[in-house]
Design a binder for this molecule. Structure first.
Ligand code: G3P
Length: 252
């Protein structure tokens, strides 16, 4: 299988470390990113949203409540407000006052490491917002090390226009013939879905592979599930625990 651009890889199943390394450090913090980098994962997965003043930050949920000391919608808070929050104490006392990182802080860290990243643009993005992320990644010469993913088809279509050189991943909650056609039309490198969908229609994975599009599955945290994904022929596995997955898989 050819996974082009930043997703290019060969050999055994690829490890995508979810939200940094969500089982090992508070998700989407720089501590979690460092754990993943130190582990030598194939890809670090993270999520980007914009603050009220338009700054891209790393955060999965659309609200602050679960992973920070704050509350309310991310989009209603400025960077200054977000930076005052504790994004680590909920995970373990040792991480108290770990801050919410900006995308710039993340790429600064990535710049010095060989690790590649898979960045989800959360929700729906406007063209100028996509352009600001694409410009940053181009400036930092991360075109071949960062792939971008989204559940939103409109965002992926715009990304195809604005940053055609970036590998893209279509995240999907549907898994049928139209999804396979859509992946081809969007010229994505891979499709990302939950195991259940691939189990329901495994033949569609062969169809994807036949047109040179790869697959990733999220989020698997046990040997039983890793084995099933590998047997299914999935190219990349998203996990919260890249250390255990690497032990199970062996060297790439
Ligand atoms: O890589 C895909 C996966 O991370 C999407 O799931 O819920 O973490 O955005 P979620």
């Amino acid at each position: 299988l050819r996974l082009h651009g930043a997703l290019h890889r060969e050999g055994p199943v690829g490890i995508i470390s979810h939200r940094g390394a969500a089982a090992l450090a508070p998700e989407n913090t720089l501590s979690a990113m460092r754990v993943a980098i130190d582990q030598g994962v194939d890809f670090i997965e993270t999520d980007v949203q914009l603050t009220a003043d338009g700054v891209p930050i790393l955060m999965h949920d659309f609200t602050l409540d679960r992973t920070t000391s704050g509350s309310g919608r991310v989009a209603d808070h400025t960077l200054e407000q977000v930076k005052r929050l504790d994004a680590g104490g909920w995970f373990a006392p040792a991480y108290t006052w770990e801050p919410v990182p900006t995308l710039v802080e993340f790429v600064d860290l990535l710049g010095g490491a060989p690790t590649r990243a898979l960045v989800e643009l959360k929700g729906v993005w406007a063209p100028e917002q996509i352009a600001s992320v694409v410009d940053l990644l181009r400036e930092r010469q991360l075109v071949h090390r960062v792939a971008l993913q989204s559940f939103d088809v409109h965002t992926l279509r715009m990304l195809q226009q604005i940053g055609p050189e970036f590998a893209r991943v279509l995240l999907t909650r549907e898994w049928d013939e139209p999804t396979v056609r859509l992946a081809g039309e969007l010229q994505v490198s891979a499709v990302g879905a939950r195991t259940k969908l691939y189990d329901e229609r495994p033949e569609l994975l062969d169809r994807l592979r036949a047109v040179g599009i790869g697959s990733l599955v999220y989020t698997l945290n046990s040997e039983k599930r890793w084995r099933a994904a590998v047997e299914r022929g999935v190219d990349l596995v998203v996990t919260d625990d890249p250390v255990s997955l690497a032990e199970w898989r062996g060297p790439a």
